[in-house]
Write a protein that binds this ligand. Structure first.
Ligand SMILES: C[S@@+](CC[C@H](N)C(=O)[O-])C[C@H]1O[C@@H](n2cnc3c(N)ncnc32)[C@H](O)[C@@H]1O
Length: 246
């Protein structure tokens, strides 16, 4: 369900083929995950949370202007990002892919969960050089569009893979946005055979379609998948970089 302020009815109508629309003055209390659109954008409403959640564009801008190009993510993607064609194949709210777009890249963001994609799509409307696609990463990497056409010639300068990490026992809860992503997506857990199979498949597809770097975001202690070319480590995550073969 997408609730929207009456003034936003035209904007909300764009999403009418994916969800039911209903006008509301404010974000309602819900018993299933829903969306609310007002003048400040799209919000996620979750059961048991009185306040809706919105990923912060102000944080994104702050990250971009406070040394964004020196972050481990940006350094893993390349020495300069200007004009690079980046596929963020597991985009979530897009915080990583949109940061790269703020730093000059052209970012295509792929998210398979419809509700998260709507949040992401609305967010990209205000950020130049971005597009958001709702699909499986493997379809996009194979060049398959939702209507069945294939375009085998598309290649990317950088492909970013950031699948969902499972919760760690005894660790503090992750931030609210990540908690909701975990609640909403039914991704196989890291370490499980399904997770490793999916990541191995995505990595092979990404390398075949990438002329520069495939960057896989992992937790510091996660196993390495395949033969990595180099790694950039942060405090809690690392970026495994594989050279593309396209
Ligand atoms: C850890 S989150 C990504 C967070 C993101 N880097 C950010 O900055 O907000 C992983 C996301 O990837 C999506 N995802 C996982 N596997 C996918 C796949 N094979 N195709 C498309 N989306 C996928 C999940 O639905 C989830 O929203």
């Amino acid at each position: 369900m997408l609730y929207h302020r009456p003034e936003q009815s035209e904007q909300a109508a764009f999403y009418g083929s994916w969800c039911r629309l209903e006008a509301a003055q404010q974000a309602p209390l819900v018993d299933e995950a829903s969306l609310f659109l007002d003048h400040s954008g799209m919000w996620l409403c979750m059961p048991d949370y009185p306040q809706p959640y919105q990923p912060s564009n102000a944080d994104l801008l702050r990250r971009a202007s406070n040394g964004g190009s020196r972050t481990e993510l940006a350094r893993a993607c390349g020495s300069t990002l200007n004009g690079l064609r980046i596929l963020d194949a597991c985009a979530g709210y897009g915080s990583d892919g949109l940061l790269l777009a703020h730093l000059g890249a052209q970012a295509c963001l792929v998210e398979r969960d419809r509700l998260i994609w709507i949040l992401l799509h609305e967010r990209t409307q205000h950020i130049p050089r971005t597009e958001a696609i709702c699909d499986q990463a493997s379809n996009v990497l194979r060049g398959r569009s939702p209507d069945g056409d294939t375009s085998p010639t598309t290649t990317w300068d950088v492909v970013l893979l950031d699948p969902m990490f499972p919760p760690i026992a005894k660790k503090a809860l992750p931030n609210r946005g990540l908690q909701h992503l975990r609640q909403l997506t039914e991704a196989p857990l890291a370490g499980s055979p399904e997770f490793e199979d999916e990541l191995t498949e995505l990595l092979a597809l990404a390398k075949a379609r990438c002329s520069g770097r495939v960057v896989v975001k992992r937790r510091l202690k996660d196993d390495v998948t395949g033969r990595v070319d180099f790694q950039i480590k942060g405090k809690s995550v690392r970026f495994d970089v594989y050279l593309g073969a396209a």
